[in-house]
Write a new protein. Structure first.
Length: 420
């Protein structure tokens, strides 16, 4: 192929540009979404609403951006990831801007819930799915780098949002974030490409000996993958574990404020989750390339359970800071590992579609967990019950992973489930 030699001679493997594009999309998408805890109190005051009803805004958005992977993943496998990522960033930008001018909480549900939900839902799974096809030997590291945009966004965006709220008010802060999402998100999404074969390459930049071997087609059908016991076990583990997964992102700031932590320090706790998450994605994502990834996921669930036990006994800033760092580390490792497990077990042919289906499990947990924690607090005036429930769900998820991790997968193609 005459066009493959310029790419072959490129000094930087283009897969790393795809990683950069996916990093930016996750930075913008989840960074803006995880500012919600900072906006919670101003919106409660403005709309005279309960904690549970305002928390439901985040739950609706979280449900949509994980559930929509079941649609956006297969579409990306068929049409390409870049287009969907761009559409997602446009929708997210519009949702933030409209939320900033919303006259009532119902409009915030529609704008933030649908804008953030549809925006991240269209862009996240396609972006991460594309990264899987570009790498083989360093897949865990590449995925960790791509999804570290979530943790860096969690580190950077809440303090920025807090500053904007104090400076220009929560409404203008949302408008500013919407403009930022459009500039960074759309611009960087242009770097995403679906498959290295489009540049005459194989995974990791290898030059195929035969043009017919360029496309990375190995792997199971979606039906065969999702009906396998290993997928079912992973799905159930993620479903149960996710009920408590996002409670800290919504309720850690008000929890800290209720225990006398100043507002600025309480917001910084979200940034500490981001710092821990960044460490987890880089360190644990890279380590998982050298060990069994399902064992690593089991460790992530146990680590998150342990951190939430610490949360129960944390009543001032420093213990809460320790919780935030530990929880963030294991949460970051968990998010970094899931796409690579799908690629390892089921191959690259339908990787975005299978990831999208897996993430519907997280969607249901996200819909129920944060809002249920808010309503539990409205009734009991304590977060003890939802935190204890989060500990239990993580332990149950770890047991499911341990029980199903060694179940064999029936291979339906000569290329094998890995699609190598």
């Amino acid at each position: 192929m005459s066009h493959s030699s310029p790419h072959a001679k490129s000094r930087v493997f283009y897969g790393w540009f795809v990683v950069a594009g996916a990093f930016a999309v996750t930075f913008v998408g989840f960074g803006c979404a995880y500012t919600f805890s900072v906006f919670l109190e101003p919106m409660q005051t403005t709309f005279h609403a309960s904690l549970g009803s305002v928390s439901l805004v985040f739950s609706v958005a979280g449900f949509l951006y994980f559930a929509l992977g079941i649609v956006s993943g297969p579409l990306a496998d068929r049409w390409g990831s870049r287009q969907l990522a761009i559409v997602g960033m446009i929708m997210m930008s519009l949702g933030l801007v409209i939320a900033g001018v919303a006259p009532n909480l119902s409009t915030v549900y529609a704008a933030y819930g649908l804008g953030i939900g549809l925006g991240v839902g269209c862009s996240y799974v396609p972006s991460i799915g594309a990264v899987q096809r570009w790498f083989l030997r360093q897949r865990g590291l590449a995925t960790g780098l791509a999804v570290s945009g979530i943790s860096v966004g969690t580190l950077v965006m809440p303090p920025l949002a807090s500053f904007l709220i104090e400076t220009v008010g929560w409404r203008n802060a949302y408008v500013f974030l919407g403009i930022l999402a459009a500039v960074i998100g759309i611009g960087m999404a242009l770097l995403i490409e679906n498959d290295p074969s489009d540049r005459g390459l194989g995974p990791d930049g290898a030059i195929p000996h035969h043009p017919a071997h360029t496309r990375h087609v190995g792997g199971m059908s979606i039906r065969d993958a999702v009906t396998s016991w290993r997928f079912v076990g992973l799905y159930l583990a993620c479903l149960i574990g996710s009920f408590g997964l996002f409670i800290p992102f919504v309720h850690l700031v008000p929890y800290a404020q209720d225990h006398g932590v100043p507002s600025s320090s309480a917001v910084f706790l979200l940034s500490l989750i981001g710092i821990g998450s960044t460490v987890g994605r880089f360190l644990l994502g890279g380590l998982a390339d050298r060990m069994d990834r399902r064992t690593a996921v089991l460790v992530m669930f146990i680590g998150m359970a342990f951190s939430q036990v610490l949360w129960i006994f944390s009543n001032d800033f420093w213990p809460l800071a320790a919780f935030a760092l530990i929880f963030g580390t294991f949460y970051g490792g968990f998010v970094a590992l899931l796409p690579s497990i799908v690629m390892d077990d089921f191959g690259g042919r339908n990787v975005s579609g299978i990831i999208g289906i897996l993430y519907t499990s997280v969607a249901f947990g996200t819909l129920v967990g944060p809002s249920a924690a808010g309503y539990a607090f409205d009734i009991t005036h304590s977060y003890t019950l939802p935190i204890l429930a989060s500990v239990c769900t993580n332990v149950i998820a770890a047991c499911i992973v341990a029980g199903t991790g060694r179940v064999p997968i029936q291979l339906h193609k000569a290329g094998g489930a890995r699609g190598d």
